[in-house]
Design a protein around this ligand. Structure first.
Ligand code: SAM
Length: 232
C-alpha cells in the first residue's frame, strides 16, 4: 500500500477514508493484521493495523522488508494518445520500471492535455500492483521543440521511428536513456528530421510493422529493459 507518511520504525500512519475502506471492507483486514507499505522513497516496510475504525485506520510501522529500488535510469517521452490508451501506456511503463514519464505534444498529437492527477493515481496503483517501491514521476506536457531544447544530451535519446532505424536490441545501451514515441498519426517528416539530427540521438526500429503508439512505447521500454535495464 502506498502511504504519504515518511516511513521509519515506530512511525504511525493515519490512512485516509478511501484506504481505510479498502483495507477494512474490501480486504477485510482488522486490528493486528499486517501489510506491506511504501512511501516511494524509503523502500518497503511491514506495518500492523493498530486501530481500525469505520472511516479511519492507523498503522504502526515495524520493520523494513525491502530496500528502496534502484529504478533503471530509463525515461519515456511519449506523445499522449487517447484517454483509455494513455492510461494503459502509463500503467505498463510503471510495471516495466520506467523512472520518469515525459508527455510531448507534437504536430499530430490529438490529446494535448493530460489529467496529471489521474495519471498519478494510475502510477500509484500500478506500483502497488507490481511491487515497486518508487513512484514514476510524470511531467507536464511540453511541445516537441521545447522538449528537444531542454533535454539533457548526456542522456541518450532513442527515437522510435517507424520509417526505419537501427535494430533496437543491439542499439540499446545501459546508462541514462530516454525513449521517444509519436502519436497516432506519427511524427511529420520535419519533426522526424529534427529529432534525428539532435545530439546523442539514435533512431531505432521496432520491427517492420506499424505499432500503435502505446504498443511502440511498451515494446521499446521492454526491449531496452531486456538489453540494458534490470532484467536478470
Ligand atoms: N506513421 C504511422 C502510420 O503510418 O500509421 C503512425 C505512427 S505509429 C501509430 C505511432 C508511433 O509509434 C510512431 O510515431 C513511432 O514512434 C512508433 N512506432 C510504431 N511502429 C514502429 C516501428 N515499427 N518502429 C519504430 N517505432 C514505431
Amino acid at each position: 500500500l502506498y502511504v504519504e507518511t515518511p516511513l521509519e520504525a515506530g512511525a504511525r500512519v493515519n490512512l485516509d477514508a478511501a484506504q481505510a475502506n479498502y483495507l477494512g471492507n474490501v480486504m477485510r483486514l482488522k486490528e493486528g493484521d499486517r501489510l506491506l507499505v511504501f512511501d516511494g522513497m524509503s523502500g518497503e516496510w511491514l506495518a500492523e493495523i493498530a486501530e481500525a475504525g469505520k472511516k479511519r485506520m492507523t498503522l504502526s510501522v515495524t520493520e523494513p522488508t525491502r530496500p528502496q529500488e534502484a529504478a533503471p535510469d530509463l525515461w519515456l517521452a511519449f506523445a499522449p494518445v487517447k484517454k483509455g490508451r494513455v492510461d494503459w501506456l502509463v500503467e505498463k511503463a510503471v510495471e516495466l520500471g520506467v523512472a520518469r514519464l515525459l508527455p510531448v505534444v507534437t504536430q499530430r498529437t490529438i490529446v494535448d492535455k493530460l489529467n496529471l492527477d489521474r495519471m498519478r493515481a494510475h502510477i500509484i496503483e500500478a506500483a502497488e500492483q507490481c511491487g515497486r517501491t518508487a513512484l514514476a514521476d510524470i511531467d507536464e506536457p511540453v511541445r516537441l521543440d521545447a522538449f528537444l531544447k531542454q533535454r539533457d544530451t548526456g542522456r541518450t535519446l532513442y527515437f522510435a521511428d517507424e520509417t526505419g532505424g537501427e535494430q533496437a536490441a543491439v542499439t540499446f545501451k545501459a546508462g541514462p536513456a530516454l525513449i521517444l514515441t509519436g502519436p497516432e498519426g506519427g511524427f511529420t517528416s520535419e519533426e522526424a528530421a529534427t529529432i534525428r539530427s539532435a545530439r546523442n540521438t539514435t533512431a531505432v526500429s521496432l520491427g517492420p510493422r506499424i505499432l500503435r503508439a502505446e504498443t511502440a512505447a511498451l515494446a521499446a521500454v521492454a526491449a531496452w529493459m531486456s538489453a540494458a535495464g534490470d532484467w536478470r
